[in-house]
Ligand binder design. Structure first.
Ligand code: SF4
Length: 566
């Protein structure tokens, strides 16, 4: 049995939540917590949504937001708590801790969570009390359990949806959160549920993805879901497999429970490196996995019907009509997902001030956010608000598609810095590169290590942090050695249409060489692209050897329209 399994057996991981109150009251240091708990508490704290930051004595805490949907009151509390409690201490620079964001900021994540940093154990009960008042939770934000349930950030308001699946998202989230029977799975368990044909909720890269479908049953059409299982990124990325099932909305909780039960019983608890559900689906094959789920499901699952998902790769940035007459939603662009706590609270205040009583703040999987239910006549005033100035809904293509993980500022696994670099590079690339007018977003995703929190595999341009030893002995970093930050360079990923992961075209590119390489690539793309061809499509038809030569400035663009596929 591996060490983590032993920790989970020694004490049920959900029991850590009650103990946090005691640790906070006694003001225990991390070592004292470990000593009192007899070891392993650092692992179990994940079930409280808490990760030890690399700065001793501080935690990152993750707030779950099912489907990304927040009431203005909830969003206000998140912003205010950030401003009050997630504040960088003086010993780490105080207001100057981060030169772009200061000392009290939050991160919108690719799983529609909110992450805060610099939380002290003493402050966690206060945060939870304030969360309780508005129905927010950090329970199972992390750990080997069902994580935040993803959904469409435009659920209930989009013209493209077949039905509003937010109630199903909420029901599934409620079932798993705090459920002791399913809170200790072999590894993390990721779900996504959408009723929209556009599937912005990323069903292909989750353990379970429920997508809209219809089926004739008893002489009439029923709307429900088809199921995809075993998708994921990180090392060993895999697109999910379709099961031959049709799930009525009222059976969705039971279906997800049966899949969790299957994973709980059959998942390999010995080797954490390969015990994600995608390895189980791959090993059993989708048909045998489906049979195992049917055996454990207490409702009948008819065979699949007609799938309603269409290929789509867009986002929610911009001003969009809602399906409700006269109402709009505004998708704000948050580069790398980071913004000030005060700004987020201001966005919540503005949602209330300019929106109808149904107004909400919604988090998207590309780290942006939406404010919904704004009468058309109020949009101009909303966009003129001070908080909105850095997040306008008409950004450059690189800013619009930029996603960054936490990186080495706080994350123990990170090899490189990501947040500041993502923001600076996106802004600089928007200045330096002319993207064709018909391309509104270039997806550039930067992960600080191979764990894929920024989803580099599904981006036009994916980066994965590396250290690089420069060959030129005269090139040194600030410390005077010739080891510098760099990244593996992936090209050609997309999700939603033409689903494919990036090809890792070049390894360990020094960070200082990346922007020039991108300029060369976009110059060649501009010269050679076919009508309407997107950047990822062009990189797929040009062979990797030539892409590498272009990146190094050693290859002239060829005549427009000439194919160079493998
Ligand atoms: Fe940390 Fe790696 Fe995840 Fe980035 S991708 S947040 S560096 S674990």
């Amino acid at each position: 049995m591996n060490t983590t399994e032993q920790y989970k057996q020694n004490k049920h991981p959900l029991d850590v939540i009650d103990d946090v109150y005691e640790y906070a009251e006694d003001g225990l240091s991390f070592e004292e917590i470990e000593e009192r708990a007899g070891g392993g508490e650092w692992e179990r704290l994940k079930w409280a949504g808490m990760y030890a930051q690399k700065q001793e004595g501080y935690f990152m805490i993750r707030t779950k937001v099912p489907g990304g949907k927040l009431t203005p009151e909830q969003a206000a509390v998140i912003g205010e708590v950030t401003d009050d409690l997630a504040v960088a201490p003086e010993e780490y620079g105080g207001e100057e801790q981060n030169e772009l964001w200061g000392d009290a900021y939050l991160d919108i994540t690719t799983r529609q969570d909110i992450q805060k940093h610099w939380i002290r154990i003493e402050d966690v009960p206060e945060m939870w009390d304030r969360y309780d008042e508005v129905g927010l939770t950090t329970v199972q934000g992390c750990g080997d359990s069902a994580r935040n349930v993803l959904g469409c950030p435009a659920a209930g308001i989009s013209d493209h949806e077949c039905f509003n699946a937010q109630p199903v998202v909420d029901a599934v989230s409620e079932f798993f959160t705090g459920n002791r029977e399913y809170a200790n799975l072999p590894r993390k368990f990721k779900l996504t549920i959408t009723g929209c044909a556009h599937d912005c909720a990323q069903s292909q890269i989750n353990d379970i993805g429920l997508v809209p479908a219809k089926k004739e049953l008893g002489g009439e059409y029923h709307y429900g879901f088809h199921a995809r299982v075993g998708g994921g990124l990180s090392d060993g990325p895999r697109m999910a497999s379709e099961l031959d099932v049709f799930i009525e909305p009222e059976d969705a909780v039971e279906f997800c429970r049966a899949v969790a039960q299957t994973f709980k019983e059959l998942g390999d608890r010995n080797n954490r490196g390969v015990c994600r559900m995608r390895y189980l689906v791959e090993q059993m094959g989708p048909s045998a996995f489906e049979e195992a789920v049917r055996d454990r499901c207490t409702v009948d699952l008819p065979e699949s019907g007609e799938g309603l998902t269409e290929g789509y790769q867009g986002d929610h940035v911009g001003v969009h009509d809602q399906k409700q007459d006269g109402l709009t939603y505004v998708g704000f662009n948050v580069i790398a997902g980071r913004m000030g706590g005060e700004e987020f609270a201001e966005a919540a205040r503005a949602a209330k001030e300019y929106g109808t009583e149904d107004a909400s703040v919604r988090l998207a999987t590309d780290q942006n956010f939406l404010i919904t239910h704004i009468p058309e006549e109020n949009v101009e005033d909303l966009l003129a608000e001070p908080f909105a100035q850095d997040y306008q809904p008409d950004p450059g293509a690189f800013s619009r598609g930029a996603v960054g993980c936490t990186g080495n500022e706080f994350c123990n696994y990170a090899i490189i810095e990501t947040k500041k670099r993502t923001k600076r590079w996106a802004r600089e690339l928007d200045e330096r590169i002319d993207v064709p007018d018909d391309i509104d977003a270039i997806r550039m995703h930067m992960s600080g290590c191979s764990a894929s929190c920024a989803q580099p595999q599904i981006a036009d341009i994916g980066f994965r942090g590396e250290t690089v030893k420069l060959e030129d002995e005269n090139s040194t970093n600030e410390e005077g050695d010739n080891i510098v930050e760099g990244m593996d360079f992936g090209l050609g990923g997309s999700l939603g249409a033409d689903n494919e992961f990036v090809d890792w075209v070049e390894n360990a590119v020094p960070a200082q060489s990346v922007l020039p390489a991108l300029e060369q690539l976009f110059e060649a793309y501009g010269d050679e692209r076919d009508d309407g061809e997107r950047f990822y499509e062009w990189t797929r038809r040009v062979d990797n050897e030539r892409l590498r030569r272009i990146m190094q400035g050693a290859d002239a663009p060829v005549a427009r329209g000439v194919a160079h596929g493998d």
